[in-house]
Design a binder for this molecule. Structure first.
Ligand code: KIV
Ligand code: ZN
Length: 514
């Protein structure tokens, strides 16, 4: 079996798209999970793009890239030598580091964006790769907008950068313009035309503007590419990048056809997808392949009948292959700590000590309100806890008055450093009133940019999951919270955003409060 290198760019291409930005702590959390998923390369950021991205990339290299068996930590860089220096400064801390440098090769980009001649771009690309090789052996080069580049010119650039020391050449369909059969031909011809191509790994990076990103990636693998660049949930610029879970599960499910394998621990896929939604506050669409809510749901009677008789009739993958809970009834209010710990272990969460204590307390609170606790509920509890470690403010008490013909009001008590603080607020709705009370206590004014709510399971007593995006003085932070009470879930989501803001050390200067 041939091995495919999975290059995850969730933290770089994914993160740079609107609504998906992550701070350093969030990137670290995601990077740890990507390491558990066992991707081969994590592209952690674009260090020159901002101080924050530099620090986030550096922390991923330091804290995840130094773990036993960690993935390669990669940083993106333009071909400017200063950019490359900065990139290396961020990734050098990892056991295995990669510099990924790129420049556009299409005439459209050369003429309108770079205002450079083909010769100038060729020279800059070669110098960049040589400079990067001065720092490390693992250097990747991408000719941006490859699908619209003149084929011969692009191949000349690729031959020259391989000669200069590039060990991976990545062919990006930057604007999602390629069509599978055409892309396959381009990849096959690159293998024939580029000098020294055998010295480098051939990679592809496909965008999804025409909905072809996964198909183009797979077809490239069939024609000799051995690295794919992809993202969790397919997030990325515009319509996104090729989705990691779709590529990996296609290769696994149709091993008979592709004859290729990856090192990805597929049982970690669902958890990784959920963690990303949790961190960014963006849920995947219900019909999303592999990780969507309905991906394993059989609605039509004829399908249900078939599945009950034999799952093979309508299921080509098993939910457990991607670590997806079966959503069967698990625990109730009489279940103990050991039962919770054992079920969580089965779901892939090995909690001990204070982490387990916290999860158990939340579980007990939930079981008191809700008779039946499902696997989906447990996953919501645990991912909530994981994203709410080291809180600054904890919710202790909440009382809301609301109804027709009443001005909504709320009383909130928060705990900080062992002390309790209480205040109240009014608003044009109960959530608004709660946020006003929180603002009165903390002195921090946040503007709700986005708010969404969904039920974690079915049923009237379902756990409600609220995702928010809050603007604190120009800094946008996301948060999530869950509860059977949607107002409480909203308060928890808002507080999780506020805590993230405070922990990242970006407290607005004029904030009063406690
Ligand atoms: O889409 C693209 O061209 C990129 C490159 C930087 C690889 O993201
Ligand atoms: Zn891209």
């Amino acid at each position: 079996m041939d091995r495919v290198i999975i290059f995850d760019t969730t933290l770089r291409d994914g993160e740079q798209s609107p609504g998906f930005s992550m701070n350093a702590m969030e990137k670290l959390e995601m990077a740890r999970q990507l390491a558990r998923l066992n991707v081969d390369v994590i592209e952690a950021g674009f260090p020159i793009s901002s101080e924050e991205d530099f620090e986030a990339t550096r922390e991923v290299a330091r804290q995840v890239g130094t773990l036993e068996g960690a993935p390669i930590i990669c940083g993106l860089s333009r071909v400017g030598l200063g950019d490359i220096d900065r990139c290396w400064e961020a990734v050098r801390h990892a056991r295995r580091s990669r510099i990924h440098t790129f420049v556009a090769t299409s005439d459209i980009h050369l003429k309108y964006k770079l205002r450079k001649s083909r010769a100038e771009v060729m020279k800059a690309a070669v110098e960049a790769v040589r400079h990067a090789r001065g720092y490390c052996e693992d250097v990747e080069f991408s000719p941006e907008d490859a699908s619209r580049s003149d084929f011969d010119y692009m191949c000349d650039v690729l031959s020259a950068v391989i000669d200069a020391g590039a060990r991976t050449i990545n062919i990006p369909d930057t604007v999602g313009y390629a069509i599978p059969t055409e892309w396959a031909e381009r990849i096959a011809h690159i293998r024939e035309r580029v000098h020294g191509v055998d010295k480098a790994v051939l990679s592809v990076h496909c965008h999804n503007d025409l909905g072809q990103a996964v198909a183009n990636s797979l077809t490239a693998l069939m024609h000799g590419a051995r690295q794919v660049e992809c993202t969790i949930n397919g997030i990325g610029e515009r319509a996104g990048n090729a989705s990691l879970e779709e590529i990996v599960m296609a290769l696994r499910t149709r091993r008979d056809f592709f004859g290729l394998e990856t090192a990805v621990k597929t049982e970690e896929i669902f958890k990784t997808s959920r963690l990303l939604s949790h961190i960014t506050g963006v849920h995947v669409q219900p019909n999303k392949a592999v990780v969507g809510e309905n991906a394993f749901a059989h609605e039509a009677g004829i399908h249900q009948d078939g599945v009950l008789k034999e799952k093979l009739t309508y299921e080509i993958m098993k939910p457990e292959d991607i670590g997806r809970p079966s959503n069967k009834l698990v625990l109730g209010k009489h279940s103990g700590r050991a039962a919770l710990s054992s079920r969580l272990k089965e779901l892939g969460f090995d909690l001990t000590g204070s982490d387990l204590d916290r999860a158990f307390k939340t579980f007990k609170d939930l079981a008191d309100r809700k008779k039946e606790v499902y696997d989906e509920d447990l996953m919501a509890i645990v991912t909530d806890e994981a994203t709410q470690i080291d809180t600054v403010y904890d919710l202790e008490y909440l009382h809301v008055i609301s109804g027709t013909g009443v001005i909504p009001s709320a009383t909130v008590r928060l705990k900080k450093d062992g002390e309790s603080y209480q205040d109240s607020g009014v608003g044009d709705g109960p959530v608004d009133a709660v946020l006003a009370a929180i603002e009165a206590i903390t002195g921090m004014k946040g503007r709700l940019q986005d708010y969404s709510i969904r039920a974690a399971t079915s049923g009237k007593d379902a756990l409600g999951e609220v995702a928010v995006k809050v603007d604190f003085d120009g800094t946008s932070v996301s948060g999530k919270g869950s509860s059977t009470d949607v107002i409480e879930a909203s308060a928890r989501a808002y507080l999780s955003a506020l805590n993230r803001m405070l922990r990242s050390g970006q407290r607005p200067k004029d904030a009063g409060g406690v």
